[in-house]
Write a protein that binds this ligand. Structure first.
Ligand SMILES: Cc1cc2nc3c(=O)[nH]c(=O)nc-3n(C[C@H](O)[C@H](O)[C@H](O)COP(=O)(O)OP(=O)(O)OC[C@H]3O[C@@H](n4cnc5c(N)ncnc54)[C@H](O)[C@@H]3O)c2cc1C
Length: 370
């Protein structure tokens, strides 16, 4: 039977960041990926925004990992030549009443360690972004965008250069503990079985099935899975904006905002829809609702310009009507199984935070070694 030190389930941006982190520290790593290519799910179906870390609850894992991960990601992209831009973000207040809310957002951001936020007037907004209309805006200079597929290729390349292995079309099926290690069954054509000392469940939308396959795991720790779909529409041609343009945030959603792509184009999204199945189709009938939301800050959106673009699905551990919950990193402290770390509900800002998440997982995995 094949032996390896660490098995990571899932080759999205988080699994790949963990693989790179561990491989660069001399660990022998195998990544199991169910699909025939890396990053086919959440990591390539998102806004690609490097979040500054303004809104996540103070003291939460999301807030800390976003704040740390943002700086790590800018540094990583700069030194590895991964395409990115610190283009900044403007959160636009539609009227004078909402401007007071902008000052509250600045206070919240500063309390979360984002100390470069400030509010600009309607005139300053017009000067910066002539296409945008509003009574004022909050500027977040450290928000940006990243080429997520390019980032994943870079992480994989570094991990492989340090000896990590990637197995594609290799879905994790089951694992059980025996003699201080995991015996893992892979659902590939060869029916591979292997042994590892450490196991990381970074399967995102598939994390629940992976957890159910781990013998001895307390079933009460596998909370119900909720899926929150976000669709995007694009407009042809070049973006009329320099920065990312956001409406005022609502509970559980940052609203339909603009997303520059690094080639100079623009799309808008995501909306928020609870779904039962993973289905990435975009309903063209949503164009009207999108147009109304976008015209609140870009009144000149041309009639009929919105085209269905793509959709992504947030894996959530909280559902409709429930209180919002943050990232859940289950370590031996929670489940009592040495050598196992599981990630549930790693939605936004998982892309921004991937390098900090990797460092955190590494620290938990090897805690038992001191
Ligand atoms: C609409 C939307 C917008 C977002 N916007 C942003 C943003 O602007 N900024 C930001 O920071 N974050 C954003 N996020 C969050 C970010 O995209 C995610 O946190 C991140 O991509 C999650 O990465 P992952 O590696 O956990 O997931 P994934 O990329 O889904 O990787 C998991 C992998 O596991 C594999 N897998 C599943 N089951 C198995 C199995 N049994 N065996 C083997 N492999 C398996 C899957 O095929 C997949 O490749 C957004 C998310 C969504 C949905």
């Amino acid at each position: 039977m094949e032996q390896v030190e660490v098995v990571i389930v899932g080759a999205g941006v988080i699994g790949l960041a963990i693989a790179r982190h561990l491989a660069c520290r001399g660990r022998e790593v195998l990544i199991l990926e169910a699909e025939g290519a890396i990053g086919q799910h959440v990591s390539s179906r998102n806004s690609g925004v490097i979040h500054a870390g303004i809104y996540y609850p103070r003291g939460s894992l999301q807030q800390r990992l976003c704040r740390e991960g943002r700086d790590m990601l800018y540094d990583y992209c700069r030194t590895r030549h991964v395409d990115h831009a610190r283009c900044g973000k403007l959160t636009v207040a539609p009227d004078a009443e909402a401007v007071a809310g902008l000052h509250e957002l600045v206070r919240r951001g500063i309390a979360n360690g984002v100390d470069d936020l400030h509010v600009i007037s309607a005139a300053e907004l017009r000067e910066r972004e002539p296409a945008v209309v509003g009574a004022g805006a909050m500027v977040s200079p450290s928000s940006g965008i990243v080429d997520a597929p390019g980032l994943m290729l870079s992480l994989l390349g570094e991990a492989e250069a340090e000896g990590a292995m990637l197995a594609l079309n290799a879905p994790f099926r089951a694992a059980r503990r025996e003699g201080g290690r995991f015996l893992v069954e892979v659902g590939d054509e060869a029916g591979t079985r292997l042994a590892c000392r450490w196991l990381v469940n970074a399967a995102a939308l598939g994390a629940w099935d992976v957890a159910r396959g781990i013998n001895g795991l307390d079933a009460s720790l596998i909370r119900p899975r909720h899926l929150a779909k976000g669709s995007y529409f694009s407009v042809p041609g070049r973006s009329p904006f320099k920065a990312l343009i956001y409406p005022m945030p609502r509970v559980g959603s940052l609203g339909i905002h603009s997303v520059q792509d690094l080639g100079g184009g623009v799309r808008f999204g995501p909306d928020m829809e609870w779904v039962e199945e993973v289905d990435y189709s975009v309903d063209p009938a949503k164009a009207g609702l999108f147009a109304d939301a976008i015209r609140a800050y870009w009144p000149d959106l041309p009639e009929g310009a919105l085209q269905p673009d793509m959709a992504g699905i947030r894996p959530r551990i909280w559902g409709p009507g429930q209180e919002k919950r943050e990232f859940e990193m289950q370590t031996p402290r929670e489940h009592g199984i040495n050598g196992l770390v599981q990630l549930f509900g790693f939605e936004s800002p998982g892309l921004t935070a991937c390098l900090a998440i990797a460092r955190e997982v590494g620290a938990h995995l090897f805690e038992e070694e001191g």
